[in-house]
Ligand binder design. Structure first.
Ligand code: SAM
Length: 436
């Protein structure tokens, strides 16, 4: 989501006459886009402001702005904590050029934490996209779930869904520009619920999200991925949509956070272990082999050894293709911040390592099962490890490396998997008959 916001900020700035430079030493304006999901990310921004200021010389004064979630949450207090000129909230991205105009006119300590303008555009210029082959498309922003540990409803506000026609038109434009993959993004993509359902008529499906998936699949965009899904809103019809449309990729990211019903309740997730496992059953029993990934928090306040064991057994049972493990981070303003944080840092680290070990074992088996199979890979770039290899993602969202040369970027190729690494696969390009 932050990458997508930076792309939008860059689009507006370029339209207003700014150029983007590759080195901050050449910049007159530095905007730091920030994340506040965990404390560590939040702290980094203040260190970075200090570094930028200390690199300023007598004749070179830089305008420094903080944008994103830290800006929205910390507001005015940022001016007390760091020598910053602008504080730009999560809904003020489109107003950055006018805020900078005010700064150039001499105004200092400019702050904008207001709501979005109604006619805000979500357009991103292709030159500002992080890749010429894969595009992020926000379909919903904000969050209404209020999980007790999570800062997002406060930093990004309530859920707002983009009109379906606008999304589908954006996908068509990207297809005309040669994009091979769109990645629909949002805190909870499957909570998608536009105010009017323009553009979804004629598509069968139980929820606006599964109908949106079908409408986007009908554009013929070669590959469509989506993250993140929220378990409570994960309707089985999403799997039906994946089964009906080969261009909807075979990967689902469904964060569980904990395997203990007691902790899930304290987290206010609105689902039990059994509810979650019933969603997983539908995914695992699909006609298509679907890759499954998840997020888990260890060391949530009050998590006992037994609760943690429940998480371990759930992770074993789900046999995830990938797992993002987080140590609980206390976020001021969330309900859980008032729960006594009973788990020591040492204990959190020990649980993190144990869960990582269990996941690694399961993942190794899953990755090994790909050896001998052919995956469709979108080549994204030269590998940073080897000049003679290229790297990309499979439809099931695995990183795949294989021998290849510069110029293959943007091609979708069949790759026969021959080896596994801990977080990637290695193979050889084959033709459609499977010949290397
Ligand atoms: N909306 C999705 C959901 O709730 O299922 C996840 C979005 S969140 C930005 C990404 C991940 O960060 C979460 O799934 C969670 O595992 C982790 N996370 C969020 N708040 C956290 C906290 N206070 N401490 C540690 N990890 C956290």
């Amino acid at each position: 989501m932050n990458v997508a916001d930076s792309e939008r900020a860059a689009t507006g700035l370029r339209e207003s006459g700014y150029d983007l430079c590759t080195s901050e030493a050449d910049a007159d304006v530095v905007l730091l886009n920030t994340c506040s999901v965990r404390e560590k990310a939040e702290k980094k921004v203040f260190t970075r402001v200090g570094e930028i200021r200390s690199a300023e010389s007598a004749g070179r004064k830089v305008l420094v702005g903080v944008m994103g979630c830290v800006a929205q949450l910390e507001g005015e207090t940022i001016f007390e904590r760091a020598p910053v000129d602008l504080v730009i909230g999560t809904r003020a991205t489109d107003r950055i050029p006018s805020l900078l105009n005010r700064a150039h006119e001499g105004e200092r300590k400019i702050i904008d934490l207001a709501e979005r303008d109604l006619n805000d555009s979500w357009d991103v210029s292709p030159v500002e996209r992080h890749s010429p082959h894969v595009a992020f498309i926000p379909i919903i922003e904000g969050c209404n779930k209020f999980c007790s540990f999570c800062i997002v409803p406060y930093s990004r506000g309530r859920e707002r869904s983009r009109p379906a026609t606008e999304i589908v038109n954006e996908v068509r434009r990207l297809q005309n520009l040669g994009y091979k993959e769109v990645h629909l993004i949002g805190q909870n993509v499957n909570s998608y619920r536009p105010r009017i359902e323009d553009g979804l008529q004629g598509f069968q499906g139980a929820t606006p999200f599964s109908r949106l998936l079908r409408a986007i699949a009908a554009t013929g965009m070669p590959r469509i991925k989506f993250t993140t899904s929220f378990p409570r809103d994960f309707h089985p019809d999403i799997v039906a949509a994946l089964e009906e449309n080969a261009n909807l990729c075979d990967w689902v990211h469904l964060p569980v956070q904990s395997g203990s019903d007691r902790i899930l309740k304290l987290m206010r997730r609105g689902h039990t272990r059994a509810d979650y496992l019933s969603r997983i059953d539908r995914i695992k029993n699909s006609k298509r082999r679907l890759a499954l990934t998840s997020d888990v928090i260890v060391g949530f306040p009050g998590e006992t050894e037994k609760d943690f064991r429940d998480t371990l057994t759930l992770v074993e049972e789900c046999s995830y293709d990938g797992l993002y493990i987080f140590k609980y981070s206390r976020r001021k303003g969330t309900p859980a911040a008032n729960f006594p944080d009973t788990i020591s840092e040492q204990e959190k680290t020990a649980r993190f390592s144990e869960l990582e070990r269990v996941q690694k074992q399961a993942q190794e088996n899953i990755y090994r099962s790909y050896v001998g199979r052919t995956l469709s890979v979108l080549v994204e770039r030269q590998s940073s490890r080897s000049k003679s290899d290229v790297t990309g993602h499979s439809t099931c969202h695995k990183v795949v490396n294989f021998p290849g040369h510069h110029g293959l970027e943007g091609e979708i190729l069949d790759v026969l998997i021959t080896q596994t690494k801990s977080n990637s696969l290695y193979g050889t390009k084959v033709d459609r008959f499977g010949v290397a």
